[in-house]
Ligand binder design. Structure first.
Ligand SMILES: C[C@H](O)[C@H](O)[C@H]1CNc2nc(N)[nH]c(=O)c2N1
Ligand SMILES: N[C@@H](Cc1ccccc1)C(=O)O
Ligand SMILES: [Fe+2]
Length: 289
């Protein structure tokens, strides 16, 4: 790990006050478009039968008039007609308040760079492949689209309540690493999983991680790791249910309650958990040696 992942405190030269920059689609090289196409083909082949129905339906919005990295103008036009969302380019990680403001206004921010051909499997900062391939298909789903816009407003509110730690965990365990129970079995919808070749198999098939029924308070108490595969995945019964327990709930009393409770370490199982899989944690244990 290097520590060159950082959020600047003001927009870099060339960026607008809201941190957006022109995507300038034409600046990407053939090699960069090829990285997109390679990653896209690999994931598109792997995900049927693994990704959620909502995600797979949404993948069609990425099939644009030209191959390679999606042109955000064309992509936003299509998304706008479906759910009112747009995709805007940013140089990299943006401050939380900027991130939430875009999200509350149905603008999804995407990093305006792509990983190199020798980094197909691992990248520390979210690039356009993660941001667009991972997140945008779910934004074509009306229920999820509403969830994410409400999350943006919730982020602004949580900042005022000094509760971002708790809300950030909800994002992590749903938007980034969520699983959903479908009639045929568990399916992926988290962007961090569906954009990863290795984790899209690990999250469903590996005996190591715990797979735990989603519980809002439990999720908000649970620490997470950003450096390797998750040790816990939380499983929602449906997107309607996720919307019901988040959008229709006032989090302020919950934040106050959580502040009096201990955080839960990554792999710990609690007596009240509904476990779908009790993980062996073999993968994490072996890595820790
Ligand atoms: C919790 C917090 O809002 C989160 O880490 C934000 C910060 N800024 C970001 N900025 C960009 N570009 N992309 C992101 O996913 C995030 N995540
Ligand atoms: N209901 C949350 C806002 C929110 C909605 C949806 C997702 C996340 C957060 C609150 O009261 O702050
Ligand atoms: Fe992401």
């Amino acid at each position: 790990m290097t520590d060159d992942t950082h959020v600047l405190d003001r927009p870099p030269p060339g960026a607008s006050a809201d941190w957006t920059i022109p995507q300038d689609w034409a600046h990407f090289s053939q090699e960069e478009h090829h990285v997109w196409d390679t990653l896209f083909a690999r994931q598109a082949k792997l995900l049927p039968g693994r990704a959620s129905d909502a995600y797979l339906r949404g993948l069609d919005v990425l099939k644009l008039s030209k191959p390679g990295i999606p042109d955000f103008e064309e992509l936003s036009d299509r998304l706008m007609k479906l759910t009112g969302w747009q995709v805007v380019a940013v140089p990299g990680l943006v401050p939380d308040d900027v991130f939430f403001d875009h999200m509350a206004n149905r603008r999804f921010v995407a990093g305006n760079f792509i990983r190199r051909a020798d980094q197909l499997d691992y990248l520390q900062e979210p690039d356009v492949f993660h941001d667009v391939f991972g997140h945008v298909p779910m934004l074509a789903d009306p229920v999820f689209a509403d969830y994410l816009a409400a999350y943006g407003r919730g982020g602004q509110r949580a900042q005022g309540l000094d509760a971002l730690k708790y809300l950030g965990r909800l994002y992590w365990y749903t938007v980034e690493f969520g699983l959903v129970a479908e009639p045929e079995g568990l399916r992926l919808y988290g962007a961090g999983i569906v954009s990863s070749f290795a984790e899209s198999r690990f999250a469903l098939d590996d005996p190591s991680p715990n797979r735990i029924a989603f519980d809002l308070e439990r999720v908000m108490r649970t620490e997470y790791r950003i450096d390797d595969f998750q040790q816990n995945y939380f499983v929602i019964p449906s997107f309607e249910e996720l919307l019901r327990v988040t959008v229709e709930t006032d989090f302020a009393p919950l934040y106050a309650k959580l502040a009096e409770m201990p955080d839960v370490p990554v792999a710990k199982i609690l007596p009240d958990d509904t476990l779908l899989t009790r993980g062996s944690q073999a993968y994490a244990l072996e890595k820790a040696q």
